[in-house]
Design a protein around this ligand. Structure first.
Ligand code: G1P
Length: 307
């Protein structure tokens, strides 16, 4: 069965970016000049998924507004030849996909957020994309995962090799190889293990293609790490040989991924994507070269700015 639906949980509080996220959802923080969440929706659409379901919460309605029309703004931009390009860019987000939303109500964990999608998704395989992970549009991940799911069935999880000391920040996979170089069979999963107990350095990054059987498992999944219902625990339950949800595979990603939920990585994403932009790149690169040569000669400032 084809994969057409993408579920994007956006109910998280964004405490890492306070006070910027006091009144603005963290998903709307700009990466260059587009909200982080728009990159994620565009990635889903590029992979053929044009039915988007946001799992939202209190204070997040601006995300739905971003993917809706803004007629007042359109009126102001219409008719001015010089503003035509801007108008097209304003309209791009509401033309992208059919956007739906459901409220999570209580923040009981990622597994619970995905369970909130059950009614909308029904009995089809579907994708889950986490907003903090931004995949460079020049690298292909979700399209490959959908392809693998269509060929092998079951669930497909995105994996990234991370330094051993960082594995405790992620879900971690025990794997065995398959004939395809970038595809592994997942034999076990553990959410945020201490590095000394981790079965590998393969971290789950926020892209999943899941079989609908996950919903039945999620309903029975008790709170796990951090007292939250973990998606990792539910997928782990499907790795058993007698599972009716089919096999669980991993696609090992070797492209560019930015964690826009982390301040330093967010800054790196803005710098890297600005450098590569056709319109901004030349000027920004020239400035950056000069800045690095004159300002970043190894010393940290003696009077650092307070956060
Ligand atoms: C979630 C998942 C974790 C995964 C991570 C990827 O954790 O629970 O398994 O590795 O996303 O970004 P979170 O970062 O929401 O704590």
């Amino acid at each position: 069965m084809a994969v057409t639906k993408a579920v994007i949980p956006v109910a998280g509080l964004g405490t890492r970016f306070l006070p910027a996220t006091k009144a603005i959802p963290k998903e709307l923080l700009p990466v260059v000049d587009k909200p982080a969440i728009q990159y994620v929706v565009e990635e889903a659409v590029r992979s053929g998924l044009d039915d988007i379901l946001f799992i939202t919460g209190r204070g997040k309605s601006a995300i739905e507004d971003h993917f809706d029309r803004n007629l007042e703004l359109e009126d102001r931009l219409t008719g001015d030849e010089k503003k035509k390009d801007l108008l097209d860019r304003v309209r791009a987000s509401d033309r992208l996909a059919a956007v739906h939303s459901v409220r999570q109500g209580e923040a009981l964990g990622l597994g619970h957020a995905v369970l909130c999608a059950e009614r909308h998704v029904g009995a089809e395989p579907f994708a889950v994309l986490l907003g903090d992970d931004l995949i460079d549009e020049r690298d292909v991940l979700l399209t490959r995962m959908v392809e693998v799911q269509q060929r092998l069935g079951g669930c497909v999880v995105a994996l990234l090799e991370v330094p051993h000391e960082q594995i405790g920040l992620y879900g971690c996979a025990a794997v065995s190889p398959t004939d395809a170089g970038d595809v592994v069979r997942i034999t076990g999963l553990v959410e945020k293990p201490p590095p000394e107990e981790a079965p590998s350095n393969l971290a789950i990054i926020g892209r999943y293609v899941l079989a609908p059987e996950i919903f039945g498992v999620l309903r029975r999944t008790p709170p796990g790490r951090g007292g939250e219902i973990q998606l990792t625990d539910a997928i782990e339950a499907l790795t058993g040989l007698d599972s009716d949800g089919g096999p669980v595979h991993g696609v090992v990603f070797r492209g560019r991924r930015y964690d826009t939920g982390d301040k330093a990585d967010y800054l790196k994403a803005v710098v890297q994507l600005s450098c590569d932009r056709g319109d901004l790149g030349p000027e920004f690169r020239a400035w950056l070269r000069d800045f690095v040569a004159t300002q970043l000669d190894g010393d940290t400032p003696s009077d650092p700015i307070r956060p």
